[in-house]
Each structure stands twice: as structure tokens, then as C-alpha cells.
Design a protein around this ligand. Structure first.
Ligand SMILES: Cc1cc2nc3c(=O)[nH]c(=O)nc-3n(C[C@H](O)[C@H](O)[C@H](O)COP(=O)(O)OP(=O)(O)OC[C@H]3O[C@@H](n4cnc5c(N)ncnc54)[C@H](O)[C@@H]3O)c2cc1C
Length: 446
């Protein structure tokens, strides 16, 4: 087998296939482990943990005495280097993969034929097949004046050692919102520009409002419903002009306007795939073409680490021709936006359920109205919303936003995943006084 791209999904696939006794060549052009451990999930969540400690300390006032906090980025930058990324060194990950029996090639891969892949001046031929796991890269919009300026993507934002005084964030999606809140809590003057009328447009509208209002309390300014048309860079600051005539200026500019699949010049056409497609279409075994599998962000199913791991498992078991190999089912895809409050969601939003033609009924309840939310007081904002298919009488989607919203999500994820009848959920005993007890209230509101 040849595995192209050794990020989250590719590393897992190559390791497991090698452990199963196949001869595996894994090819990685940057860092074995991919975006998540070096520039994504892990360092960003370390930043969020630090920023949340600051916010939580500030909540002491009026509830437990007084506390002052002097934010300092130094330990955060140090932790990202020493604990998360080994200063962006992947030797440990390479050794781990080699110890499982895989051959690791650090070079850029190009598919040259139905079963051949080139890396540098070497060409490999796969007897069994090819796995494409090249992930995504930041999608940078063609805004006049932007190209050539030292704008940040998530990579520069994660690497930053000295914080700027001010930051403009283009894009109010999960990555933009998480990073905006972190930097604001460390004293950076942050402005978020979002083309849609509300942030987090992939989630329930209530989630966008909740997150935006939380960030506004942290001092973040929002320019919504406006698109950047021009970027000016004057050496020590950026000015972004919007299509509504407004403009904003800051020392740094973070482009967080989405991701595009990293398949440019990969040679997809050599295996019969469209090199211009926005995603690689896969079937329920994550097969993309004859003896070609695609996993992770490139499939466009969900740009999450847990999706890459899930699809890796499906690919591995299909490649190994396991008799009970599972097929992919994405109806209960969970995701969490790690803002404070955290916004966990699973399955369909209300709008997606309506668009799918379902007979939709929803129920929701505010977290501050729950006993635990009332006790919690400072920082208790949030809600639980459930989306029911009233014909099948099962939940098809849910959102759990609030303190530990991503953890509270687990019960809702089980309900959507296993299509637990709402009647059965209504019989559950929810521990008192927990945040997840609010699920019972949301179910009653159905
Ligand atoms: C700031 C940020 C925060 C995130 N936070 C979360 C989170 O909290 N939770 C979550 O679930 N997800 C999160 N994600 C998303 C997560 O990082 C990705 O979904 C995950 O990394 C996808 O794994 P992958 O294997 O598909 O791709 P990647 O991890 O991107 O790996 C692809 C690999 O392929 C390599 N490659 C590409 N082209 C070639 C080539 N031609 N030859 C050789 N190698 C190649 C790349 O160098 C890369 O290492 C976050 C992402 C970002 C940017």
C-alpha cells in the first residue's frame, strides 16, 4: 500500500496496515502527524485552555473574593513548543510509524499512474492500492492587495511568540472564533470580519448569537454581513476595506476564511479522479476509485480529526478485507467549537432537517434556567436544542452550548447515533444538578 499524506488519517492508516503485515510506504511532505498536532487542534486547545483560565479567574470577583490576573503569552508559546509540537519536529511520530513496520518517505508525492506514486526521484508501485490523505490547506480568498502581504493563517497564529496589539480576523467560523477569543483574552484588540450576517453559519443561528455575544463581552468587535474587497499593508499595519464602505485597521491580519483540499498537482487524474473537484467523493467504504481510498479532510465529509480517524478505520478494514468491515455513516457527525461557552453539535441543524424534507419539531432550554446553570452563575450562558424527526420520533440533531458544552454533547450524540426513541430518552433519569440534566428539559419542550 502507498499512503499519500501522513496527517491524522494517513498516519493511522499506514501504521495499522503495517502492523497487519502489509508492506506500507507512507509519504509526507511536511510533518508526520499533520495539521492537528502541529497547527490545529492540540496547540489551539492549549491556547484556549490558557485563555479560559484568565476568564475564569476574572469570574472570581463577586463570587469568591477578588482576583487580578496579568495575562502573559510566554508560558503559552513555551508550552506549544515544548509539549505540543516539539518545536514543529516530527521525529517522534516518524519513529512511532517506523516501529510499526511502515516505510516513511519525507517528500512531496505525485500520483503517476493507477498504482504508482513518485516522491522525489523514487517511484513506488502498490500491489494493493493507494490511500489519499492529503488534508486541507487554508483557503485564501483573492482579495485585492492581500497576496504578498505577511498575513497570518492558522500556522502563524499558532507559532506567534509575541502578541500584536491588534488583530483583524477574516472569517467567523470555528477557527476564526476560537483564535479571536484567545487573543482577546490576552489583551489583543480583535476585530472579526464575517461576510454572512452571523458567525458560525454552519451551526444553529442561536449558536452564532451566543458565541458572538460572548466574544463581544471579551472586547471583540464584529463587522458582519460585509466582505473584504481590498487589503492594504503599510509595513506595520493592515487596513481592510469592506464592500459596505467601512474599513478596519490592525497590526496583524489572520485569514480564517475556510479550507480547501490539498490536491493541487497531486495527479488525481492519473487514477481517474477530477483534479478540480472541491472534494474527493468516496463510497461507504471510503473508496474513491478502483484500488484508491480517500480519507480525512479531502473527502469533504467533515474537517475534523475524529472524521479522519473514523474514515481511516473504515479504509483499513476494507483494505484488509475484514468480513465484518463497517461501512461509513455520517448521520451523527459531532463537532465542537471550543469557544467559551463551548458549542457542541451533532447531526443536523434545524434548517438542515427542514431542507431534508423531514417533519421537524424542536425543543430548547436555556442553561441559566437549569439548576446547575443558576448555581454556576458567572459564565453560565448556553442552551440545549434538540431537533426531532416527528415521523420517526427520534432526534436527528442537537446542540449543547454552555460550560463543558462539548462534554454534555456525548449523551445527545448517543441519542442521534443510535436513533434512540424520544420516548425512551424521556424515561431517562438525569443526575441532579448537572448541566446535562437540561437535556431532559429540552426533550420536554419538544
Ligand atoms: C486551527 C485549527 C484547529 C482545529 N481544531 C480541531 C479540533 O479541535 N477538533 C477537530 O476534530 N479538528 C480540528 N481541526 C481540523 C483537523 O486538524 C483536521 O480535520 C485533521 O488534521 C485532518 O486530518 P487529515 O489526515 O485529513 O489531514 P492533515 O492533518 O491536514 O494531514 C494531511 C497531510 O498530508 C500532507 N500532504 C499534503 N499533500 C501532500 C503531498 N502531495 N505529498 C505528501 N504529503 C502531502 C500534508 O503535509 C499533511 O501533513 C483544526 C484545524 C485547524 C487548522
Amino acid at each position: 500500500m502507498i499512503v499519500v499524506g501522513l496527517g491524522v488519517g494517513g498516519e493511522e492508516t499506514a501504521g495499522r496496515l503495517a502492523q497487519a503485515g502489509l508492506r506500507v510506504v507512507g509519504i509526507e511532505s511536511r510533518l508526520v502527524g499533520g495539521e492537528c498536532p502541529y497547527y490545529g487542534c492540540i496547540p489551539s486547545k492549549m491556547m484556549i485552555r490558557a485563555a479560559n483560565l484568565i476568564a475564569e479567574t476574572r469570574r472570581v470577583d463577586g463570587m469568591a473574593g477578588t482576583a487580578t490576573v496579568q495575562p502573559d503569552w510566554t508560558p503559552v508559546a513555551k508550552r506549544i513548543r515544548e509539549e505540543a509540537t516539539d518545536t514543529w519536529n516530527d521525529q517522534v511520530a516518524i519513529d512511532r510509524l517506523v516501529s510499526k513496520g511502515a516505510t516513511v518517505i519525507k517528500d512531496r508525492a505525485t500520483i503517476t499512474g493507477p498504482s504508482t506514486v513518485k516522491a522525489g526521484d523514487r517511484e513506488f508501485e502498490a500491489a494493493r492500492g493507494i490511500v489519499i490523505a492529503t488534508g486541507t490547506v487554508p483557503s485564501v480568498p483573492p482579495i485585492e492587495g492581500l497576496a504578498g502581504t505577511p498575513y497570518w493563517t492558522n500556522r502563524e497564529a499558532i507559532e506567534v511568540e509575541v502578541l500584536p496589539a491588534s488583530l483583524l480576523v477574516l472569517g467567523g467560523g470555528a477557527i476564526g472564533m476560537e483564535l479571536a477569543q484567545v487573543f482577546a483574552r490576552f489583551g489583543v484588540k480583535v476585530t472579526v470580519v464575517e461576510g454572512a450576517d452571523e458567525v458560525l453559519s454552519m451551526e444553529e443561528p442561536e449558536s452564532g448569537v451566543l458565541a458572538r455575544e460572548a466574544l463581544q463581552r471579551d472586547g471583540v468587535t464584529f463587522l458582519l454581513g460585509a466582505h473584504a474587497t481590498q487589503v492594504g499593508y503599510a509595513g506595520d499595519n493592515f487596513t481592510v476595506t469592506l464592500d459596505n464602505g467601512a474599513s478596519a485597521t490592525a497590526e496583524k491580519l489572520l485569514v480564517a476564511t475556510g479550507r480547501r483540499i490539498a490536491t493541487a498537482d497531486l495527479g488525481l487524474e492519473k487514477v481517474g479522479l477530477d483534479p478540480k473537484a472541491r472534494r474527493i467523493e468516496v463510497d461507504e467504504h471510503v473508496r474513491a476509485a478502483d484500488r484508491v481510498w480517500a480519507i480525512g479532510d479531502v473527502t469533504g465529509v467533515g474537517v475534523f480529526t475524529h472524521n479522519a480517524m473514523y474514515q481511516a478505520d473504515i479504509a483499513v478494514r476494507d483494505i484488509l478485507q475484514e468480513p465484518d468491515a463497517p461501512t461509513a455513516n455520517y448521520h451523527a457527525m459531532p463537532r465542537v467549537t471550543f469557544t467559551d461557552p463551548e458549542i457542541g453539535a451533532v447531526g443536523m441543524t434545524e434548517q438542515q432537517a427542514r431542507d431534508a424534507g423531514l417533519n421537524v419539531r424542536t425543543g430548547s432550554t436555556p442553561i441559566p434556567a437549569s439548576t446547575r446553570g443558576w448555581i454556576h452563575k458567572a459564565g453560565n450562558e448556553g442552551f440545549i436544542k434538540v431537533v426531532m424527526d416527528a415521523d420517526r420520533k427520534v432526534l436527528v440533531g442537537a446542540t449543547s452550548a454552555g460550560p463543558t458544552g462539548g462534554e454534555v454533547l456525548s449523551a445527545l450524540a448517543v441519542a442521534v447515533h443510535a436513533a434512540v426513541p424520544v420516548h425512551t430518552l424521556r424515561q431517562m433519569i438525569f443526575a441532579y444538578p448537572t448541566f446535562h440534566r437540561a437535556i431532559g428539559e429540552a426533550l420536554k419542550a419538544l
